[in-house]
Design a protein around this ligand. Structure first.
Ligand code: 5AD
Ligand code: SF4
Length: 450
């Protein structure tokens, strides 16, 4: 990251979902335009920002610990400003300033354009807060400044907010109403990335399948399937991924579009949350177990080689042992390649916090989560073993974590593949054919095939 030429320096840390990481790149762009260059070293920063997550209590605790550290540093560097961005800023609003005296600036996810003004206020010793949510803001015109980039893969935000109101989830309150970004600006951003050498874009939204843009010039509607197609047509050498899909909204049209374009990756993250229809109803997910299973069948029939992952919550309000068993049997049926697994964490203000009692004891939540994790480990192992002796096209993302003699990349199904560089002249950002000859639970191991 080039920070020379800027008068002052900012340091930013991001927590939580990919959307937050994408937002930090928008913040970086706004700050660059206002004389702040990025630094990876907080000790030399004039401005320290934490882009925060509220999804579970533990996420908030991590941020609080970090803030304590920065406050200590500030004692020796009084001129340094500390700002909280993102979901915790939105959820706690002025509390950070008034009660906890931890920070100087508080900015919610829709107010990043006002950050320069807020910095100015904070510099004069005023407490600066803007947590207004918007129905329109998509930051469509702002070109993100890529932070910590490998130069090969990038996130592109296509919408903001969420209208789903899952009863456990704080996101609709912290990120506001759902709105889609102008399709032309999305395609432009992806095209620019490709022209700079990027080979993969991940289209991001809380619920990408409800993307909707009315193109007034041509009087046509762009759906998510339409958007995927537009991005896929930029170049066959640009891979397209997307996250997150909601099972209730992913259409056959989307599945057929994925099937039609080799550069749209064969991987769907399809959060189920629970395998019990009764619990799903309390969660306000709007589908049943059977409906979800039918969706899995549909994915498998249209996209036979599609990678599949999920999010699953153990110990939601009223969950019985039978409900838990239903989550496990659903996982077996779906044969997920990977899962993000959590135990339920009640969030203030959500529908579940207001309506239901958080009545599953912590030890039981943890035991059920542990069973789910062990089941997923077994499924991942099995799924990886099925890939032995297969050959995949892999996009090289960089050196493997363990050795500079090995490359690390992903196949279309989103599995990490590690293989020796050997004497081949490949570089980061190249596509290579790799034959798998070994695996762990999380990684495929192979060799380059000429
Ligand atoms: N407790 C536990 N997990 C949660 N998630 C969202 N809210 C909660 C909560 N209150 C999980 C869901 C969601 C993922 C991003 O985080 O599984 O899909
Ligand atoms: Fe939360 Fe549901 Fe929105 Fe995902 S779709 S962010 S789980 S409300």
């Amino acid at each position: 990251m080039e920070s020379s030429g800027y008068r002052r320096k900012f340091y930013i840390e991001s927590y939580g979902c990919q959307m937050n990481f994408a937002d930090s790149e928008i913040v970086a762009s706004i700050l660059n335009d206002n004389g702040f260059g990025a630094t990876g070293n907080y000790e030399e920063a004039d401005l320290v920002l934490l882009n925060t997550c509220s999804i579970r209590e533990k996420a908030e605790q991590t941020v609080r610990n970090r803030l304590q550290l920065f406050r200590q540093i500030k004692e020796h560097r009084p001129g340094m400003l500390i700002g909280v961005l993102g979901c915790m800023a939105e959820r706690l609003k002025g509390k950070f300033l008034e009660e906890e005296q931890l920070v100087d600036i508080v900015v919610g996810p829709d107010a990043y354009r006002t950050l320069p003004g807020l910095i100015g206020e904070a510099e004069t010793g005023q407490k600066a807060v803007n947590v207004l949510l918007s129905r329109e803001e998509t930051y469509a015109d702002i070109s993100p400044v890529r932070l910590d980039s490998n130069g090969v893969t990038a996130f592109v935000s296509i919408m903001r907010g969420c209208n789903n109101m899952c009863s456990f989830c704080v996101v609709p309150f912290t990120r506001g109403r759902e709105r889609s970004r102008d399709a032309a600006s999305i395609v432009r951003e992806c095209r620019e990335l490709f022209s700079k050498g990027y080979k993969e874009v991940t289209l991001l939204g809380q619920n990408v399948d409800s993307y909707y843009w009315m193109d007034e010039a041509s009087d046509t509607v762009v759906t998510f399937a339409g958007l995927l197609e537009k991005v896929a047509q930029i170049d066959p050498a640009l891979r397209v991924r997307f996250s997150t899909s909601h099972p209730k909204d992913i259409t056959d049209e989307v599945l057929y579009t994925i099937a039609r374009y080799p550069n749209i990756c064969k991987y769907i993250h399809l959060p189920v949350q629970s395998g019990s229809t009764r619990v799903l109803q309390l969660m306000n997910r709007t589908y049943t177990r059977e409906w979800y299973l039918a969706k899995i069948d549909r994915v498998r029939s249209i996209l036979p080689d599609c990678g599949l992952s999920t999010d699953i919550i153990a110990g939601f309000c009223t969950e019985t042992e039978e409900d838990h068993q239903e989550s496990m049997s659903l996982m077996e049926y779906a044969r997920y390649d990977m899962s993000y697994m959590f135990f339920y964490s009640e969030r203030p203000g959500t529908l579940a916090a207001r309506r239901y009692q958080d009545d599953v004891p912590e030890e039981i939540k943890k035991r059920r989560l542990d069973e789910i994790v062990r089941l997923q480990n077994r499924l991942s192992q099995q799924k990886n073993r099925e890939d032995l002796n297969k050959t995949f096209e892999v996009l090289i993302e960089g050196d493997s974590k363990k050795s500079a003699d090995d490359w690390r990349g992903r196949n279309s199904q989103n599995k990490v593949v590690v293989f020796p560089k050997a004497d081949h002249p490949y570089r980061k950002g190249d596509y290579v054919q790799v034959k798998v000859n070994d695996c762990t639970g999380a990684t495929l191991i192979g060799t380059i095939i000429e």
